[in-house]
Write a new protein. Structure first.
Length: 427
């Protein structure tokens, strides 16, 4: 039945036994039907909503099928996956009503069996990154909050159109579970190996003195793609390369003979509970980089939370000023206050009250892709768990580095000319 206008629930397992206990043939039949419905979706249309399935379904279907040219993971990445559990009093009433209408002679299952089943479902939901709701209405509200911004990964025209209008677009589950697991391992490796936190964003255009360190509001490890072993994020960048080649109109794919999209930088970002409760103030990413401003459409930022984030989670989700990417590139600001840093040629004049401000409701593995001039911010983490994320900056190889824009930036310290193209990244 319709959950919200234009959307459907195409598989629901909240009222039956958990899928893991079903006969394999029944699971496969549902998966094949789910796959067919997902593949029938028109490019650019809102994704169907699936209740109760997760990334693990793609693994099982792939092992069974194998005859389709479409990646199972790609199919499932285009779905909105949630888990719905009802409250315990409602749950008990529903079970009692079900027993009242059972066929004569059928022995009812004890309430404890249903409670145990619900607990197993919750564990599965947590394991596979499903966002939990207590009612379908709450799930509908969550999906409605996203639909205006979500674009399918297989339709870069729709992604580009949303960025052109709003300044950003969300792509559901663009990062697979395997990539997310390795990114979390990379964060652990940086922490356990004692790698240096970076305050680089805070000290441009000139080394600042007397300012609070950036690590008071967020932990960031800069350019982890250059690390080795488990600490490296290069695998995640490789996973996104085909998408950004398509989005930025670069013909080559990884391993081809021509240019490919340039990975300008990437960052692991952690907001820790209790420690990082201050706001990371409104800013534009492009102001921190020595990249040409006249053709900013050749530069895109990707931000991916590795846990679910949003208003209810209160764990430091991104907030954006819709349409603010139309503003010119402003000064480099102090991220504690939003004021222009010392030495800036102009004052910071951005006023969020002039824009529609939205909090981005995102699940683990979702990626928001935005224009470098989009003003964005994030509140502190008031939850009980860390909020890990990975961000990356992508540029067309023809984009030019301009040393005079941010002369202290590490990537222009050895530039021999005033301006030169980035070229291909050394994949």
């Amino acid at each position: 039945q319709p959950l919200v206008d234009g959307d459907e629930i195409i598989a629901s397992f909240d009222n039956g036994p958990e899928p893991a206990t079903w006969p394999r043939e029944l699971r496969i039949a549902h998966l094949l039907a789910l796959c067919a419905r997902a593949r029938e979706r028109e490019p650019g249309s809102a994704p169907p909503i699936v209740v109760g399935y997760s990334d693990v379904a793609a693994d099982e279907l792939s092992s069974h099928c194998g005859s389709c040219e479409t990646s199972c993971e790609d199919v499932f990445a285009g779905l909105v996956v949630v888990a719905v559990f009802i409250s315990e009093p409602d749950f008990a009433r529903n079970i009692a009503a079900r027993h009242t209408h059972m066929r004569p002679g059928t022995a009812p299952r004890p309430l404890s069996a249903y409670v145990a089943q619900q607990a197993r479902l919750r564990a599965l939901a947590a394991e596979h990154g499903l966002r939990e709701f207590t009612t379908f209405a709450a799930a509908a509200m969550h999906v409605t909050a996203r639909l205006e911004w979500v674009a399918p990964a297989d339709d870069v025209t729709a992604v580009a159109a949303r960025i052109a209008v709003h300044g950003f677009a969300i792509i559901s589950r663009l990062l697979s579970r395997a990539v997310r697991t390795r990114l979390l391992a990379a964060i652990d490796a940086h922490v356990t190996e004692g790698m240096r936190l970076s305050d680089a964003l805070y000290t441009h255009p000139q080394p600042a003195t007397g300012l609070r360190p950036l690590s008071e509001i967020i932990d960031q490890y800069l350019n982890p793609h250059a690390a080795t072993g488990a600490a490296s994020t290069l695998h995640a960048a490789r996973a996104l390369l085909p998408f950004f080649n398509a989005l930025l109109g670069v013909d080559a794919v990884h391993g081809g003979d021509g240019d490919s999209t340039h990975l300008f930088n990437d960052t692991l970002l952690i907001k820790r509970p209790s420690t990082h409760t201050d706001t990371l103030h409104w800013h534009q990413d492009l102001s921190f980089w020595p990249l040409e401003r006249e053709d900013a459409d050749g530069v895109r930022v990707a931000w991916a939370p590795l846990v679910a984030v949003g208003t209810a989670a209160a764990n430091g989700a991104l907030r954006v000023a819709v349409g603010s990417h139309a503003e010119p590139t402003g000064p480099i600001v102090a991220l504690h206050s939003g004021a222009a840093q010392a030495g800036a040629a102009q004052a910071a004049t951005f006023d969020p009250a002039e824009y529609r401000v939205v909090t981005l409701e995102m699940d683990a593995g979702d990626v928001v892709v935005f224009h470098g001039n989009l003003f964005h911010t994030s509140d502190g983490n008031f939850s009980h768990a860390a909020r890990p994320a990975w961000s990356s900056t992508w540029a067309h190889p023809a984009t030019r580095k301009v040393a005079a824009l941010v002369p202290t930036h590490v990537q222009v310290r050895n530039v021999t000319s005033a301006s030169e193209p980035l070229g291909s990244f050394a994949w």
